[in-house]
Design a protein around this ligand. Structure first.
Ligand code: SF4
Ligand code: SF4
Ligand code: SF4
Length: 382
């Protein structure tokens, strides 16, 4: 490889491809350039200005996410000018909305120590629902930018709670546009967009659904992709409020059981209760980080008090609770007697898209090896 496709980032050489931006080369080589608007596998927006970097010989900083690489380019990701720019941008974001989190009070450079201090002072009730899980807050802490002490100005747009899934808190929206990218380019639903452009009207820019209606009355299908990518507390769910701050969520990687696609998901639990479900890693097939409305939101059944936890056997016309051993013995003996009376092909097994491939495999093994029949089918063909 010649010098024609080499750039320097923080004095180290890296090769680039013709469609690379500075950010893509940096990310590929594990160089940390923070960003709040960039969303992997979508076209860049360049709205947040956090990813500013310095190019040798250029008087102005440039956004790494939108600047194409060119041979011999020398990029600096953490110069004094870059850091000052990031601090100014973070400050202006914090001041632009309801970002009253306790970072205004921090007096320690240790994040954990700071969290414990807030907990000791019992201020947690007043804290933002995403406190401790917010990319803007992380950056504010990292660059030691404090928020205002004076009261937050009232937001022109009231919080929307018109649907059971997604709460839209416009007072915390930083207009990064990630939700729009996720809706348009990842899910291809085109339900939301930037509205009320400042240059055309006196209105303040807002992410709108349809003609500025509620999500419930728009083309939104409640896939929740926008919630997953929102870097702050502008898009949240009811469950976010139930979460206990400072108690770490436990993450379990698993397969969605709603259909046969086999989407990979991360289930977040706290005190053995599901708080959140997110699409796993956006490089992981088959769903590449996306989920549908069922996989993402329909998990209340797991802890539902109406869920059957013991088997029921019908005795004298009514269902009575039994033990698993009693239920399994009853099923095995009935299957046996039917097979003996009418032959193996008098029985059949229907499996389900609600279970995993492995469980479906076991079911067909059970039909063929135990019941001795090839009568095995799947609900997807009904
Ligand atoms: S959205 Fe983030 S930065 Fe804003 S108040 Fe909440 S935690 Fe703080
Ligand atoms: S929930 Fe899905 S369809 Fe609705 S606005 Fe968000 S990304 Fe678009
Ligand atoms: S709702 Fe969230 S993702 Fe969408 S523009 Fe606002 S801050 Fe960004």
């Amino acid at each position: 490889m010649g010098k024609a496709n080499i750039i320097t980032i923080d004095d180290n050489n890296f090769t680039f491809n013709s469609d690379d931006t500075i950010l893509s080369v940096a990310q590929r080589n594990n160089i940390d350039i923070p960003t709040l608007c960039h969303l992997k596998n979508t076209t860049p927006t360049g709205t947040c200005n956090i990813c500013m970097v310095e190019i040798k010989g250029s008087p102005d900083l440039v956004t790494a996410c939108t600047t194409a690489t060119s041979a011999g380019m020398q990029v600096y990701t953490a110069s004094k000018k870059v850091i000052n720019s990031r601090r100014d941008t973070i400050k202006s974001m914090l001041y632009s909305g309801n970002h009253n989190c306790a970072i205004r009070d921090f007096d320690t450079k240790d994040w954990t120590e700071f969290q414990l201090k807030v907990l000791d002072e019992d201020k947690t009730d007043d804290l933002c629902p995403v406190w401790g899980n917010c990319e803007l807050q992380d950056l504010a802490y990292r660059y030691q930018v404090t928020t205002r002490k004076e009261p937050i100005p009232e937001c022109k747009y009231p919080t929307e709670r018109a649907n059971p899934f997604i709460i839209r808190d416009f007072s915390r929206c930083i207009l990064c546009g990630r939700c729009v990218k996720a809706c348009r380019e990842v899910q291809v639903n085109n339900a939301i967009d930037f509205g009320y452009n400042k240059s055309n009207s006196k209105e303040i820019t807002k992410i709108i659904a349809g003609n500025d209606v509620t999500l419930r009355d728009s083309d939104c299908v409640f896939c929740g992709e926008c919630v997953q990518v929102c870097p702050v507390g502008a898009l949240i769910t009811e469950k976010t409020f139930e979460k206990q701050k400072f108690i770490k969520l436990e993450k379990t990687r698993t397969t969605c059981s709603y259909c046969g696609v086999g989407c990979q998901m991360d289930v977040y639990t706290q005190n053995n209760k599901i708080i959140d479900i997110q699409g796993a890693d956006n490089e992981l097939p088959p769903n590449n980080g996306s989920l549908c409305v069922k996989g993402r939101f329909a998990f209340d059944f797991v802890a539902s008090p109406e869920r059957l936890t013991t088997p029921l056997i019908k005795k004298n016309g009514t269902f009575e609770e039994s033990t698993w051993d009693e239920a399994l013995e009853l099923v095995a003996s009935r299957l046996n007697s039917i097979k003996n009376e009418s032959g193996p092909d008098s029985q059949g097994v229907l499996t389900s898209a609600r279970i995993t491939n492995e469980e479906n495999y076991i079911a067909q093994k059970f039909a063929r090896a135990v019941l001795k029949t090839n009568n095995i089918d799947h609900c997807a063909r009904l």
